[in-house]
Design a protein. Structure first.
Length: 401
């Protein structure tokens, strides 16, 4: 019985991940998925689990099997538009002594958020902790008796004053996931002043007063930029977003340090190309073509350059857009253009040539944040360590040369 539950859980989580990459445009309507062997290796599952998942998605009309050709996307998954939210309804606990963690969402799902929630769910399963998922914008919400089906219930969403009135959630503590829009700093400071247990997964600014779990963004980008500089013996470009999000600012800081250490400090300004939007802008989060902003920025860059050049991109989606712009101009990645990304999302492995990138464990971010919050609630003492930086791993692939 335990084996079957684990097997079913893997299929559910894999289904969520595949739905997320369809929704973000990685696999648009009518496009065939990669071969099963490649997909199984990408997601780290057996082909049996993969086939079970693909069959479920086909039954729901999202995918379809085409004889002798493979599996293709039948239905494009649209992001849910925002709508007014009624007050939160707090479901009863399964037991009087059960701890309940609230997950605060404020964006449509994507691959990263799915993996973060998977990490939270795994911790909750190990400790017998309940999870309740809330949205400050437009996702669904409900008490999750089985963490494997997180956010699939039909309970009403909560109101937009969730952070200002956390006691109304019925949760013992809150896990605040990355979100668009205003930084909500006054609400976060209020949570800290009231000593309400809350942990942020990534922070919008350096002024956030709550404990936070995040990847080592600066060190990771330093590694990528330094690789390009040393490998090709020239300054590297930085392609990114306006740095109004702490994660983006940290990644840019790593790039600046790498250029400075290599003796290219005077080239930093001329080699920095940013989109006018920032990662915290709702227009960025709601864009279904996740590569679009990278594409727009890359067109500006390539129009004024001659090959070969090297480009460190702020994230994998940005690099994806660069690939598309390069293809239009007949630039060849790995020959005319050497590229790195950041995050190691599914698209990094599917691009041709495969994208060299920094791998951060989204799953670990969720797991570590849940453990930190759990220990805070259990001990009734705020964590001594306020910032947990998780290491990132350099993944060398063909795009970087």
């Amino acid at each position: 019985m335990k084996t079957r539950r684990s097997y079913t859980s893997k299929a559910n989580r894999l289904g969520d991940q595949i739905r997320a990459v369809i929704a973000d445009g990685t696999f648009p309507q009518g496009e065939f998925l990669p071969p099963e062997t490649q997909l199984a290796a990408t997601y780290g599952v057996s082909r049996v689990t993969l086939r079970r998942t693909l069959d479920r998605l086909a039954q729901r009309g999202i995918l379809e099997r085409v004889p002798h050709r493979g599996v293709r996307v039948k239905t494009a998954l649209q992001q849910t538009p925002p709508h007014p939210l009624p007050p939160v309804r707090v479901p009863p606990r399964r037991s009087a002594n059960a701890m309940r963690l609230g997950i605060v969402l404020a964006s449509t799902p994507d691959e990263g958020l799915v993996l973060i929630q998977e990490g939270i769910s795994d911790f909750a399963r190990e400790t017998g902790t309940e999870i309740q998922v809330f949205s400050m914008d437009h996702s669904r919400v409900g008490l999750v008796a089985d963490p494997d089906v997180s956010a699939r219930t039909g309970d009403p969403p909560c109101d937009n004053n969730l952070l200002a009135r956390p006691e109304r959630t019925g949760a013992d503590g809150l896990l605040i996931l990355p979100y668009p829009g205003p930084d909500r700093l006054p609400d976060l400071k209020s949570l800290a002043a009231r000593r309400f247990p809350a942990v942020c997964i990534e922070r919008r600014s350096a002024d956030v007063p709550l404990p936070c779990v995040e990847p080592d963004n600066a060190a990771g980008m330093y590694r990528a930029a330094n690789y390009l500089i040393r490998k090709h013996r020239r300054p590297a470009f930085f392609l990114g977003m306006r740095c109004d999000h702490f994660a983006d600012a940290e990644r840019y800081r790593g790039y600046v340090h790498a250029m400075t250490d290599a003796g290219f400090r005077d080239h930093i300004a001329s080699h920095t190309v940013l989109h006018e939007l920032g990662s915290s802008d709702p227009a960025y989060w709601t864009e279904e073509r996740k590569w679009w902003h990278g594409y727009e920025t890359a067109k500006r860059l390539l129009a004024n350059q001659r090959p070969p050049i090297s480009v460190a991109c702020v994230k994998d989606y940005t690099a994806w857009g660069l690939y598309k712009a390069a293809e239009e101009l007949n630039w060849t990645v790995g020959r005319d253009l050497f590229v790195t990304g950041f995050d190691d999302l599914t698209i990094a492995q599917l691009l041709k040539p495969a994208l060299a990138t920094l791998r951060q464990s989204m799953h670990e971010k969720g797991y570590v944040a849940a453990r930190m919050l759990f220990q805070w609630i259990k001990s009734r003492r705020a964590p001594d360590v306020k910032r947990v930086r998780l290491p990132v791993t350099w993944i060398a692939r063909e795009s970087a040369g």
